[in-house]
Design a protein around this ligand. Sequence first.
Ligand code: BGC
Length: 368
Amino acid sequence: MLGTASHPGRFSGVSTRHFGTTKSNESAQLFTLTNAHGVSAEITNYGGIITRLLVPDRDGRLGDVALGYNTLDQYLANSPYFGALIGRFGNRIAHGRFTLDGRVVDLPAKNNLPGNIPCHLHGGNVGFDKVIWTAEPVTQHGASGLQLKYLSKDGEEGYPGNLAVTVHYWLTNANELKVEYHAVTDRATPVNLTQHSYFNLRGEGSGDVLGHIMQINGSKLTPVNQGMIPTGLITPVGGTPFDFAQPTAIGARIGAQDEQLAFAGGYDHNWVLDRRGPGLELAATVYEPTTGRVMEVLTDEPGVQFYGGNFLDGSGIGKSGKPYQYRHGFCLETQHYPDSPNHGNFPSTILRPGETYRTSTVYRFSTR
Ligand code: BGC
């Protein structure tokens, strides 16, 4: 237990408890980060998973806006990456194969979509979402945080190089959850880390997210083929169901006749963000009209994968006992573009010895 009182009647800081034991007998802990307004995030060092996120609605009522499970065993048994850290590589790499410095690298690849071509998804069979990270509660400038470290060994899931990764989660008193990623390697390797939280701003387990109002500051997209792999083109979204320049309900155009929507079964695409420079910039704003909750996503990444929960099928029973069905949550995964190692025209995801991988994303909560 560790904490500091900073608001009358409120506890802010970080508390720790046992969460469960993995199949290989490793102990997972659950850390609760709380800020001065009672906003809290529960995070386990298994997969760096955000298991719970309590934020106020427009009447000040806290609600849990993150899909997830009550027990570690449920995460071990069946989780479509609920709340997890993703690595080494967010999203798909075609056939799990790419050429790096003249050498072909083969990663585990499988069919993860019915009838489609094999690919490597979210770091492979045992990605960063399924490992135990070394965790330590930390505080900085009044924010409570969690430091997570993981050493991904040379050859793990087929990737070259020992990759030493540090992720910091910070919960600030401005109701921001900040994720800072840092990595170094001893051999050139692709790195593309992200966070796979599924949000429902009305509250997890409250139904679909089609009424959420989405705005994305990205006027271009990396369209995909039937295997959900980028074609390599970068195309404007103007005039298509992918244009979220103006705030628009997720469900407003999701049933439109559109090849990209058909390939993905809805929204599951990488938007190329309209960036003005380096540093944190607003990528997306989501507003939920019934509760008034707003989530802004800021990032220094060039892209965001907006995934609308099209593969949720009710097989996961959420924290309040309700099954998570089709489109009951959405993800905004800030990252470099999918399949970048196979597209020379995309920003590079290759990290080399002597370089430092550093990126951050902020989820900022407010109400209207
Ligand atoms: C991908 C989806 C995939 C999901 C896994 C998302 O990041 O874009 O296509 O099915 O992760 O739950």
